[in-house]
Design a protein around this ligand. Sequence first.
Ligand code: FES
Length: 576
Amino acid sequence: MSKQKKRPEELRSHRWYGVQDLRSFAHRSRAKQMGYGSEDYAGKPVIAVINTWSDMNPCHSHFRQRAEEVKRGVWQAGGYPVELPAMSLAETFVKPTTMLYRNLLAMEVEELLRSHPIDGAVLMGGCDKTTPALLMGAISMDLPAIFVPAGPMLSGRWRGQPMGSGSDHWKYWAELRAGNIDQAAWEEIEDGIARSPGHCMTMGTASTMTSIAEVLGFTLPGAASIPAPDSNHSRMASLSGRRIVEMVWDDLKPADILSSAHFDNAIAVDMALGGSTNAIVHLVALARRAGVDLKIDRFDEISGDVPVIANIRPSGAFLMEDFYYAGGLRGLLSNMRDLLELDCATVNGRTLGENIADAEVFDADVIRGLDNPVAAKGSTAVLRGNLAPEGAVIKASAAEKRLWQHAGPAVVFEDYNDMAARIDDADLPVTADSVLVLRNAGPLGGPGMPEWGQLPIPKKLLEQGVRDMVRISDARMSGTSYGACVLHVSPESFVGGPLALVRDGDTIRLDVPGRVLEMQVDDAELKRRRAEWTAPRPHYGRGYGALFTGHVSQVHEGCDFDFLERGAPTPEPEIH
Ligand code: FES
């Protein structure tokens, strides 16, 4: 923080534009080809505006305009903005899952920054995987970087009721299948559940990860909570453009900001938000990129000390628009200041504590006090046992409490297609006490660890009024989902984890308070089953899928690629 200000000839981009040789002649003449003169770029920080806009990403549909607003700020502050498009990773459209491509976007961001004459970066993202991917790439490249979160969309509406994207469609899909609403109502819900640009406005992965980006110090204070269509969002974009230019002169890089305390703060805030379980995977990956040794057990340790105080769906009652009007993330942080490390650095050059010094809460029902929480303890429990030697997680606050301690017979599905084909079969031997088990849904088995962990309740149980039951898988679950779903079982079944050995009728025991997940099958029988088990064939023989298959880590290690997480720093490119 107390570094000398950079001089223009110390800028990284100076090597491209500022020296007198044949190559820099080419760079300058090609800038002129695009209509820029030396007055635009000479001696100025070159700022990459990494834009994950695309026609396939509704959550980022305002990013063309926001990119212009970022550029306006960069120009105002004396920088030279250049927009670099990057993979948009739309959660709803990309198959089999965006998680397959998170590391590809992270790698793309790192290489975009490395290969171009860039001095600093504005990272534009918000739809689930874009936030961790942009931050992972920026941390590895370690140039000054600021994050512009997409902002949540406006609240959904149906017949006067607020509706949450990603949450209520599950709820009403179950009601449609149970015959409680008709097709016309279902189509009205389709019209009203996503009303504006912006990411999902429940406390799903997007809202969780953009809030975490702010707590990690990567955004201007309050940025993560501003609804996407709000004019304050435009002004935040411009201010971020102004600030990144100052950060370049100050040489304020991710490595100067991040510490292990930032990650503890991020976990605490994840718990207070009732955040998505996906945050666990992403935070472990981000920490390892930053050289911080973060184990999944840290989530459980911190969870026990932090109540859920954001009354936001799916753990609570309200939506992100309400959260913003109630004071937003700064308000929430001020209510839990005693649980945070307040001297953590942030991109604006001030500490987290300084950034929330004057924050207020305007609706004590939406943002609760620590003495009046939505849930007394954090939302995430890490389970272990003979079914998950490396851990599994459950978002207990989103499950019916009666299921926190439960034992029942397994109903096993070999993979997603098997589950989809049989789940509503009238002859499926399932009762409300059964434990649904889905395997081959992990990082390699899915592939890409899709969000299949909220297995649907079998139709015949829905008709009996059952709305929650214990479900176990090596998949992830959307942060907007809910239910007694044990997720991230590690190691995954595809590589021979114990989930591969479960059989129909085995008794599975879940004990959330005791942190146990086990199958009550003796060791000799498990040994016999293991001897019979054969590894499935890999999904990919070529292309990016083969790269993914060869290098992705298991979920308790963050699902990063081994060669991105480790190794000597990549050298700067030679400029010939
Ligand atoms: Fe983009 Fe939910 S679909 S955040």
